[in-house]
Design a protein around this ligand. Structure first.
Ligand code: TYD
Length: 210
């Protein structure tokens, strides 16, 4: 089973993924946590390039770097795990490409869908949990996290984007969720962590039973 987690910066994906993994392991499932970009060796190199504020990257070049990461990650990590009946929990996937490179950077969503499917060899998540919260709240959380981790001076290219950019990303994610309500479930991420975990597990329960 392939589950992806999406959301703006500071939406609480990492916390939600860790707690969902815990919940699934308690139910006896084998779980793999992974991420895009950076879920494989090639991806780690691409991630450094993509997030470094010193990188000068045109929108189309950025798109193809994310897609290269996806192609390698799916082939090397995700598919082999799924074949072993491991539940794969992935921090960001194709909806991030649509929201960031499409809705926010302005590349054509229809083209992105096609290219992204090509990179992923057609692999679509069984379920996507969209951690949703107001942009101001997400960015404030991300800022606090960067300060805590001491990464404030080197925060990434995306953290440095404007409020308007992140607002487009959020509305992009919400548009995808309304187009694909079967796959994409909206989680109210402004709730306390235990409640966010419960919301996620409730959705997954239906999938695990089905
Ligand atoms: P991530 O490290 O998950 O960011 P955060 O922890 O702040 O949520 O992801 C790195 C950045 O890459 C994030 O800002 C979103 C961006 N991204 C894209 O623009 N397109 C993509 O296809 C993916 C997977 C990520």
């Amino acid at each position: 089973m392939f589950i992806t987690f999406e959301g703006i910066e500071g939406a609480g994906k990492s916390t939600a993924i860790a707690s969902v993994a815990d919940g699934l392991e308690r139910r006896g499932r084998r779980v793999l946590l992974t991420q895009e970009p950076g879920g494989c060796a090639l991806g780690k190199t691409l991630r450094t390039l993509l997030l470094d504020q010193k990188s000068v990257i045109a929108s189309r070049a950025e798109l193809f770097l994310f897609l290269a990461d996806r192609a390698q990650h799916v082939a090397e990590v995700v598919r082999p795990a799924l074949e072993q009946d491991i539940v794969v929990l992935c921090d960001r996937y194709a909806d991030s490409t649509l929201a960031y490179q499409g809705y926010a950077r302005g590349l054509d969503p229809a083209v992105l869908r096609q290219l992204s499917a090509e990179a992923a060899g057609g692999l679509v998540p069984d379920m996507t949990l969209l951690l949703d919260l107001p942009v101001e709240e997400g960015l404030a959380r991300a800022r606090r996290r960067n300060e805590r981790l001491g990464t404030v001076s080197s925060e990434g290219r995306f953290d440095a984007e404007s409020l308007a950019f992140h607002a487009k990303v959020r509305s992009g994610f919400l548009a995808i969720a309304s187009e694909e309500p079967e796959r994409v479930k909206i989680i109210d991420s402004s709730r306390p962590p235990a409640e966010v975990q419960a919301q996620c597990l409730r959705h997954l329960e239906t999938l695990l039973q089905g």
